[in-house]
Write a protein that binds this ligand. Structure first.
Ligand code: SDX
Length: 427
């Protein structure tokens, strides 16, 4: 990290030097860690759109150029040539694994997919209609009651394996509970994506043959969702981890943050939006007009991004994968037709062009999930399954960072000045 030129801030007769730091892709930030001590003032940046929270070498995004790389490898190459467990190793360890490392990691994940039998009762305590996101968030949080309260380097390695291995089982069992079907146990003869599909769709009465096209599409979706630098849910994982709460608690918080419709919950909202357009007999033009109208509470879900001011490269890969999966399965999708019509209109509309609003990862992912049979309320659970690798990698990077300290932002107070308590009969 080479330091380039510094900045000088002058305020109220005081001058403070702000050192700059430049990353390996020439992003430059100003270090304001001494600002309040030397000037008494703070910066103000709601939503942190202009604030770097950490130094990280896990993922690089260039929002203007539409670039996304995991540890330097372009997402387009990984989506086409890699698999989710290889990408998970890459995110966690910084380099692609060799054959021995990949085989050992894959085997370790495979033999840790079972849940403690007590979890059967845990799932039974939830109402059938419960959305699987709070169920999976609660189950991951509860894992600290089964494994360990305090993280050590040894336990963190085991926990990494356990979280990656068990989350698909937790996800599938939350689905089975919601439809009143018996839990299907993981199988060690199936790969990661196939095992999840089998746990989701097999029943004691009927075997489920995994279609390799579907399994590959799912594995590719997991790769595309695996990490995305300091997004809302990853920042949540880091903030919780910064208090030295254990990793299960941090990841559980990340799952909850992801559920929001402005974040990972958008993939479910996209499908609901596409279905509403169909059911209400609206044209794509009508809907886009509503999404532009400030008085309507309608947004074009799956469009826009805090960082990408050009195409989200994941959306580009997913748009192609949508067509490949549909063609391979001989499906046609009304939702895909509507999505493409919406995209065509929005990409040529001044409102979206001026605001740099392009399709993001959530715009097409839901169409593929639906095509491979994943129920809509499981879409964000699938997002969390992929992001699990990135959350753990970022949690571990923070824990090992020399700059590790508890996150505690400041505020600009706008409340009442000092005043005295009055007895209730005098108010
Ligand atoms: C993810 O951060 C990540 O990396 C996230 C993620 C990851 O991998 O972790 O990439 C995953 O969360 C993708 C985003 C999924 N969310 C959606 O698709 C929901 C719809 N999109 C938005 O609500 C919005 O675009 C956000 C939340 C994604 C970004 O919000 P910002 O950066 O705070 O932008 P904003 O809300 O201030 O919008 C800027 C302008 C506003 O109009 P003006 O006030 O300037 O007139 O653009 C408008 C917004 O009204 N706008 C939209 C819009 N998104 C923004 N108008 C219509 N439809 C939309 N989708």
């Amino acid at each position: 990290m080479s330091d380039a030129k510094n900045a000088r801030l002058e305020y109220d007769g005081k001058t403070v030097e702000l050192p700059s730091l430049t990353g390996s892709e020439n992003e430059t930030g100003l270090d304001i860690s001494r600002l309040r001590a030397e000037t008494g003032i703070i910066t103000y940046d709601p939503g942190y759109g202009n604030t770097g929270s950490c130094r990280s070498s896990v993922t690089y995004i260039d929002g203007e150029a539409g670039i996304l790389r995991y540890r330097g490898y372009p997402i387009e190459q990984l989506a086409e040539k890699s698999n989710f467990l290889e990408c998970s190793w890459l995110l966690l360890n910084g380099d692609l694994p060799n054959t021995k490392e990949l085989n050992s990691f894959t085997n370790n994940i495979t033999i840790h997919t079972m849940l403690h039998e007590n979890f059967r009762k845990f799932f039974g305590s939830f109402p059938k209609a419960a959305h699987p996101m709070p169920v999976t968030a609660a189950t991951v949080g509860a894992m600290s009651a089964f494994y360990q309260e305090k993280d050590t380097p040894e336990t963190l390695h085991e926990t990494t394996i356990r979280l990656l291995a068990k989350y698909p089982t937790i996800a599938a069992w939350s689905y089975k509970h919601s439809i009143g079907q018996p839990f299907i146990y993981p199988r060690n003869d199936l790969d990661y994506a196939s095992n999840f599909l089998h746990m989701m769709f097999a029943t004691p009465c009927e075997e489920y043959e995994v279609n390799p096209i579907i399994a590959r599409a799912l594995d590719q979706l997991l790769i595309l969702h695996a990490d995305h630098e300091q997004n809302c849910s990853t920042s949540t994982v880091r903030v919780v981890g910064s208090s030295q709460a254990n990793i299960f608690a941090a990841i559980s918080a990340g799952i909850s943050a992801l559920w929001g419709p402005l974040h990972g919950g958008a993939n479910q909202k996209v499908i609901e939006m596409l279905d509403a357009i169909t059911h209400q007999g609206m044209s794509a033009e009508d809907f886009v007009a509503r999404a532009k109208d400030k008085d309507s509470d309608v947004r074009l879900m799956g469009f826009g991004h805090r960082v990408y001011k050009n195409f989200d490269p994941r959306a580009r890969v997913l748009k192609k994968a949508c067509h490949d999966v549909m063609n391979a399965m001989g499906l046609n999708s009304k939702q895909l037709e509507i999505a493409m019509a919406l995209e065509e209109i929005a990409l040529n509309d001044e409102y979206f062009i001026q605001r740099n609003l392009y399709p993001n990862v959530d715009f097409y992912s839901g169409i593929i999930y639906k095509a491979i049979g994943i129920p809509v309320n499981m879409f964000t659970v699938m997002f969390a399954m992929g992001r699990m690798a990135g959350w753990i990698a970022q949690f571990l990077e923070q824990k090992e960072s020399p700059e590790f300290r508890i996150s505690r932002p400041r505020q600009i107070y706008t409340g009442a000045p000092e005043r005295n308590w009055q007895p209730v009969d005098t108010r």
